[in-house]
Write a protein that binds this ligand. Structure first.
Ligand SMILES: C[S@@+](CC[C@H](N)C(=O)[O-])C[C@H]1O[C@@H](n2cnc3c(N)ncnc32)[C@H](O)[C@@H]1O
Length: 206
């Protein structure tokens, strides 16, 4: 999959918005591995939660045509950057400034993607809607992720697929268990050791 053009972004903007890093590119690599499956699936609506700079959803939009792309971010500046990244790469994207996907409740999305704030921190640290929201994940680095897990059945279509990036400290086995209680199968898509982090992408569907 092609890496989206990002030269429109001013380096200083990354003081306020998450700069694409190894985790962002691992998620893109996971989607590339899944591309044949996704093309056969022909998803109509795709959503990235927490799109940050917009590189992940834009890369998907550049590779998978005929889908309609949405993203959300709790950080307003990230929404502007996501929208611009998509625009510069000729992907039509609607980015909404909100927490998770709280205004979408009708099992609309065939593909949902999330690279969450996954760093283990104090609970108090994960209440920001600025740059801290990019990384502060609270207890087990899972406080934000766990809230989304509860919303997945409300936003994912019955044949839909959910891709989630985690690190080992997030205890992926527990996430698999939680999703299994909700009726989802899970698969490891890709794993990579980056500096001192074991990053991985899980796929969930019914
Ligand atoms: C690790 S960054 C990932 C950014 C981008 N997806 C990437 O892979 O480069 C996490 C993103 O999630 C956003 N975020 C955190 N909590 C959120 C929430 N409750 N709802 C929506 N977005 C959230 C942050 O603002 C940040 O942009």
């Amino acid at each position: 999959m092609e890496t989206p053009y990002q030269n429109h972004i001013n380096k200083d903007d990354f003081e306020h918005v998450y700069e694409p890093a190894e985790d962002s590119f691992l998620l893109i690599d996971a989607l590339e591995k899944e591309l044949t499956f996704l093309k056969q699936m022909k998803p109509l609506y795709c959503l990235e939660i927490g799109s940050g700079s917009g590189v992940v959803i834009t890369a998907l939009g550049m590779a998978l045509h005929n889908s309609i792309y949405f993203s959300t971010d709790i950080n307003f500046k990230a929404c502007l950057m996501s929208k611009n990244t998509a625009l510069y790469n000729k992907v039509l994207l609607e980015c909404v400034n909100m927490s998770f996907a709280t205004c979408f409740q009708d099992k609309k999305f065939d593909v949902v993607i999330f690279n969450p704030p996954y760093v283990v921190t104090e609970t108090e640290e994960c209440k920001s809607n600025g740059i801290e929201a990019s990384w502060a994940g609270g207890l087990k680095g899972r406080e934000v992720t766990d809230k989304l897990l509860d919303m997945i059945p409300k936003i994912l279509s019955d044949n839909g697929v959910f891709y989630l990036l985690l690190i080992e400290e997030n205890i992926p086995e527990e996430v698999i268990q939680i999703m299994s209680y909700k009726g989802y199968k899970s698969e490891f898509v890709i794993k990579r050791r980056v500096k001192n982090e074991n990053q991985l992408v899980l796929k969930f569907n019914r």
